[in-house]
Write a protein that binds this ligand. Structure first.
Ligand code: SAM
Length: 252
């Protein structure tokens, strides 16, 4: 009999096989308040971080065809920023496991007239429902740390990228600026769960999000994981004193 594999869900140790269901519960609970919470918790900084991601995606301004897959794309925030910055040939597929997040995203797409350029599809990052080499770029913003088997998601991102395509991952990282680290810890563990309770009515969900950030591998280790999945010219850029890192790798 295979040994049971465990992982963390917030402060709890849980069977690896149970993690996805618990994560789904978190995003189901916060979906309607998710975008407002992002602004409140980051003081609007998530806009600048996502702006840096879109600059790195560098979608064509011309009519040239460009297919982007935004993994764990939730309510479509990254997708909308990309289609607002590109020419007529760009199409974005938002793939997320959570039906509630996708449903908020579809409503937002209709409100902003993005129905023709952004498609929302339910899927698991560990088992993508797309053929090999079908996208020019794959992005994932604040999503990878929620996926139970990160190696599988990285391997799938590599599989669905065309040769010459780029993988970009924006994720919370670790603050190593003396003074700022303590302040960040205090803010994360004391303030964010309280905002989560007051605005989204769910303290535990936001506690999970903060814990998952603290447990995520440091940027150099995560860069190694990206390399192990087959990506080349792997690099990362630290932003806001280490609060966030933008990772990049190419399928060559
Ligand atoms: C913090 S949200 C990020 C949403 C969006 N990328 C953004 O930056 O606004 C994390 C997302 O990861 C999704 N997710 C978690 N596990 C997933 C999986 N295995 N496959 C695809 N999406 C997943 C959640 O449903 C949620 O929408």
């Amino acid at each position: 009999m295979a040994a049971r594999q465990d992982t963390h869900f917030g402060e709890q140790t849980v069977p690896l096989a149970d993690k996805q269901g618990l994560v789904d519960g978190v995003f189901h609970s916060v979906a309607r308040r998710y975008d407002l919470m992002n602004d409140l918790m980051s003081g609007g900084l998530h806009r600048a971080w996502k702006g840096a991601l879109v600059t790195a995606v560098n979608p064509p301004r011309s009519d040239r065809e460009f297919a982007l897959l935004d993994l764990a794309g939730g309510t479509g925030d990254v997708a909308f920023r990309v289609v607002e910055a590109c020419g007529a040939g760009t199409r974005v597929t938002v793939c997320d496991i959570n039906a509630e997040m996708l449903s908020v995203g579809r409503e937002r797409a209709s409100e902003h007239g993005h129905d023709d350029t952004v498609t929302f599809e339910q899927g698991n990052a560990e088992e993508l429902p797309y053929p090999d080499r079908s996208f020019d770029c794959v992005t994932i913003a604040f999503g990878i740390r929620n996926v139970p088997r990160i190696e599988r998601a990285l391997a799938q991102a590599h599989r669905v990228l065309k040769i010459g395509g780029r993988f970009l991952c924006l994720e919370f990282s670790s603050v190593d600026v003396p003074g700022l680290d303590k302040l960040y810890e205090l803010y994360s563990f004391q303030v964010i769960p309280r905002i989560g309770q007051a605005v989204a009515g769910d303290r535990e969900a936001y506690k999970y999000l903060v814990d998952s950030i603290a447990r995520f591998p440091k940027p150099k280790i995560f860069a190694k994981m990206i390399e192990c999945a087959g990506f080349r010219r792997v690099s990362f850029k630290i932003m806001t004193g280490g609060v966030v890192a933008l990772h990049s790798g190419w399928r060559l």
